[in-house]
Design a protein around this ligand. Structure first.
Ligand SMILES: Cc1cc2nc3c(=O)[nH]c(=O)nc-3n(C[C@H](O)[C@H](O)[C@H](O)COP(=O)(O)O)c2cc1C
Length: 147
């Protein structure tokens, strides 16, 4: 096998029109009924749009990763950003996608885990202070855990 073949093979595979987007927001009136409604909409729309991902949720925080075709992810994020069920929506991270983290999930829901942040840390701006890599690692770790 030629050297050139290996050089090409070792390049990470970039699906150029596919992206991962992470945003954070603060729930407005968080309860089970509201969360179920959001998840129902996500699980109805996302398969249609070829979007997968995960939503980390607690009374003080939504942190969502959306992955899929760039146009579809951006359109979903525009709809989500206008949604009155949360406040202070801020996009943290967007990058070309090499591989889906949640290929089998139209939208996985996860509580904020003890290894993430305390409410005090969130209130003190932990999400804003986190690097892109740290945010992505949160979802990588979640994806490695069984739901
Ligand atoms: C925290 C949060 C996460 C959401 N996630 C998604 C999602 O992943 N996909 C989606 O289509 N809508 C999601 N929504 C709902 C959208 O804001 C919007 O209500 C919905 O896409 C409208 O769908 P419809 O036009 O089919 O009624 C989310 C809303 C919130 C507040």
């Amino acid at each position: 096998m030629s050297l050139a073949f290996w050089a090409v093979r070792e390049e990470p595979l970039i699906l150029s029109d596919y992206i991962q987007l992470i945003y954070a927001s603060r729930p407005f009136g968080f309860d089970d009924a509201m969360l179920n409604g959001i998840l129902m909409e996500a699980r109805r729309n996302n398969p249609r749009d070829d979007i997968t991902g995960a939503l980390i949720c607690r009374h003080d925080l939504y942190l969502q990763l959306l992955e899929g075709p760039k146009d579809a992810v951006e359109a979903a994020f525009e709809r989500i950003a206008r949604d009155k069920r949360h406040l202070e929506v801020r996009q943290c991270f967007t990058s070309p996608m090499t591989e889906r983290l949640f290929p089998d999930w139209a939208m996985r829901d996860d509580p904020v885990q003890s290894w993430m942040w305390t409410p005090q840390e969130v209130a003190a701006g932990a999400i804003e202070k986190a690097s892109h890599l740290e945010l992505l690692r949160v979802f990588t770790r979640l994806a490695a855990e069984t739901a």
